[in-house]
Design a protein around this ligand. Sequence first.
Ligand SMILES: [Fe+2]
Length: 240
Amino acid sequence: MRILVVSDIHANWSALSAIDEPHDICLCLGDLVDYGPDPAECVRWAMNHAHYSIRGNHDHGVAQGIAVSGDLGYRYLTRVSRPLMWDALDSEERRYLLQMPLTQRITVDGLRIFMVHATPRDPLDEYLRKDPVTWAKRVHNIEADIVCVGHSHMQFNLAVDGMVILNPGSVGQPRDGDPRAAYAVIDDNKIELKRVPYPVEQTIARVEASPLPDRAKQMIRHSLRSGRLPEAPAIIEDVE
Ligand SMILES: [Fe+2]
């Protein structure tokens, strides 16, 4: 049984459609929307292809009509891109975002998988990278073999107290210095962290053609081409 695991697509259809991976089941760990130019295509893809989907903080914000304030980093990008999401999504797509659960617990071929976008303590917002000590505290009462998470846009695989924390990385906006789309495959208990190149300039051309402010376009260009944060590390506290 091959399980495709994707997360943090962020309305980047060129990146998502570059993933050509044979699989039996697809898990989607949230953040289908915000930042990128093609939210409807990405939400439709999840509606049609993801066997199990959970809600990310951006899905929640878009579905609930939450306007964001802020002038730095990703808060700024969220603030200016979110109204474009509301324009682009029809009511069915928005309803899909609204009904996605915060967590899912599934068993596939005896493998117990727990899905959450951020962390079990704070399913939408806690920002936690590859930190074994803190992850051990977060998952100590989760009965699972693999805990699948997203949110940090950092691809990793971490053994903690007899289970594995798997972050497939971000399909549509990697932040680890590698601009290729990131995802993971679980195949008979073996986890593969994978990357695939995609036509980044195609996404950038779509962004350029959008009504986003020039500053936002510049930040997205830099982020997608470099696979890094769009501004100085001082905004690290501010990531979403
Ligand atoms: Fe995200």
